[in-house]
Ligand binder design. Structure first.
Ligand code: GLC
Length: 489
């Protein structure tokens, strides 16, 4: 055979193999998408014949506990999927139902939720044939009695996404929605025993809803707070009555942004500074404002911090910095432009450089590293669900994929999100869409993990939809803020 003929046959062979794989990938992708859509549809709950939300998980093999309820935070990726698919009614119904559940009356005793709080979850109760009502849990029934502070923040973020998707401002401008917004803003911006712009919250007040050492000023809450304030400012009617509230929002946004960008930021340069910090400084213009002792830098971090890249610390308070990497807070900080352009790029560079720790076999770790030994005993109260590299304590949560996609798309790093999607895809369907994965590599399905977890399904679907519809990215992202009142401290 002539050399030329050989080359022609070889290239024909290679092209056929390539096309075969391409077709296989496309077929698998379609099957996955169809399956995910079908399961999402099945998770929907109805109230008075209207779709109002979705159960957290539909796993018939495990005791439901409260997984048969609709959690506000869990419903966010599902709601965004519905908005992108044009199924806006369910989101309208969800927003309206939750406004009805929000605590609006003065509380009678301290075991009742404070005014403005949104529930962690709700469920449809049918006490008798033909009657139905919505029963909410504000943490007053939840394991450990944790306060769901992220609910009201996610709720405002979703309201803005709804307005962006439908271009209908009437719902947001209605009396009950304006009131709901003001209730939330009052509880967040009201007086507190604090000298910092960050929100002071108890442990377990967000997605990590069990003791994990998050009390104080955890990053997740601050990032969501920042986004929610920006969303609220867009949703409030601009009139004389709201003038001073909008002014308060602008001033808080300015200081929050200054505080997080400056004091929470960690990279090699900053680590060097902390390593050489002088402590016990008194006065206004000191360097080590929070009296962080260099000895508190954990050993793992001096090795782990890459030469390039950085991230926002997990928490900051007097004499204490939580050096752990928390994925949700860092990704939402990028989405909300809480971090500078350069810091946002650096967070993604860090994820890229520490891929085998943060993504590995399943995107992605909720936090890194896990706490172990005596620290685990003291901080979690010996919680058997949060053992090292499991659940909230270094477990891997596929729901984070959509935030990874949004943050990567915003920063033009789709290559990273695509890599993460390729890892998750086939595994998620084969493993029946688990809630979380265990192990340092994320290879095991979480030991108490529910299957058919709605936000795993919706999170994957949303990542896919965002990738295919980049114009929908602004439902969940914000450009650099130009209205905030700059902090001059
Ligand atoms: C777990 C998660 C929480 C979630 C709930 C329902 O408690 O920690 O974030 O909302 O399950 O899925």
């Amino acid at each position: 055979m002539r050399r030329h003929d050989k080359i022609v046959i070889e290239s024909f062979y290679n092209t056929t193999i390539f096309l075969f794989f391409l077709i296989m990938v496309l077929i698998t992708d379609k099957t996955l998408e169809q399956e995910a859509n079908k399961l999402l549809e099945k998770s929907i709950i109805y109230y008075q014949d209207k779709a109002v939300g979705a159960v957290a998980a539909a796993d018939s093999e495990r005791e439901a506990l409260n997984y048969d309820q609709c959690f506000i935070r869990d419903f966010i990726p599902a709601a965004l999927v519905f908005l992108i698919q044009g199924k806006t009614d369910i989101v309208y119904n969800f927003l309206t139902a939750t406004v009805g559940l929000q605590k609006q009356k003065r509380r009678i005793d301290c075991y009742q939720p404070p005014t403005g709080l949104m529930p962690a979850s709700f469920k449809v109760e049918s006490p008798a044939e033909g009657t139905q009502y919505l029963h909410a849990d504000f943490g007053d029934k939840a394991i450990g009695r944790v306060t769901p502070i992220d609910s009201c923040l996610w709720w405002i973020i979703l309201l803005r996404a709804y307005v962006k998707a439908t271009r209908d401002r009437d719902l947001a401008h209605s009396k009950s929605f304006q009131e709901a917004l003001i209730f939330i803003l009052n509880i967040c911006l009201g007086p507190q025993f604090e000298m910092t712009p960050t929100l002071l919250v108890p442990d377990g007040a967000c997605m990590i809803d069990r003791p994990m050492g998050l009390s104080g000023h955890p990053l997740e809450i601050q990032s969501l707070f920042y986004m929610a304030l920006r969303a609220a400012r867009e949703m409030l009617i601009k009139n004389d009555q709201n003038k001073s509230l909008i002014n308060d929002i602008n001033s808080r946004l300015g200081s929050l942004n200054y505080h997080l960008r400056g004091y929470y930021w960690l990279d090699l340069k900053q680590l060097n500074e902390i390593h050489r910090y002088q402590a016990e400084q008194f006065g206004e213009s000191v360097v080590n404002k929070f009296n962080i002792y260099p000895e508190s830098i954990p050993h793992w971090l001096t090795e782990w911090m890459p030469d390039r890249g950085g991230y926002l610390a997990g928490n900051l308070g007097p004499g204490k910095m939580d050096f752990r990497f928390f994925t949700l807070g860092n990704l939402t900080a990028i989405m909300g432009s809480l971090t500078t352009e350069k810091q946002s790029e650096d967070i993604l560079t860090l994820i890229e450089n520490r891929w085998s720790d943060l993504v590995c076999k399943m995107p992605m770790k909720l936090c890194y590293p896990a706490i172990e030994g005596l620290t685990w005993r003291i901080i979690t109260g010996c919680d058997p669900k949060n053992t090292p590299w499991s659940y909230h304590n270094g477990g891997s949560w596929p729901v984070l994929l959509w935030m990874m996609m949004a943050a990567c798309q915003k920063m033009g790093r789709e290559d990273l999100a695509d890599r993460a999607m390729a890892i998750a895809e086939i595994r998620l369907m084969n493993d029946q869409w688990p809630e979380y994965y265990d192990g340092i590599n994320g290879r095991l399905i979480g030991k108490s993990s529910r299957k058919f977890q709605t936000w795993t399904i919706a999170g994957w679907l949303l990542a896919k939809l965002l990738r295919d519809n980049p114009d929908c990215l602004d439902y969940v992202c914000f450009e650099e803020d130009t209205e905030a009142i700059a902090c001059t401290i």
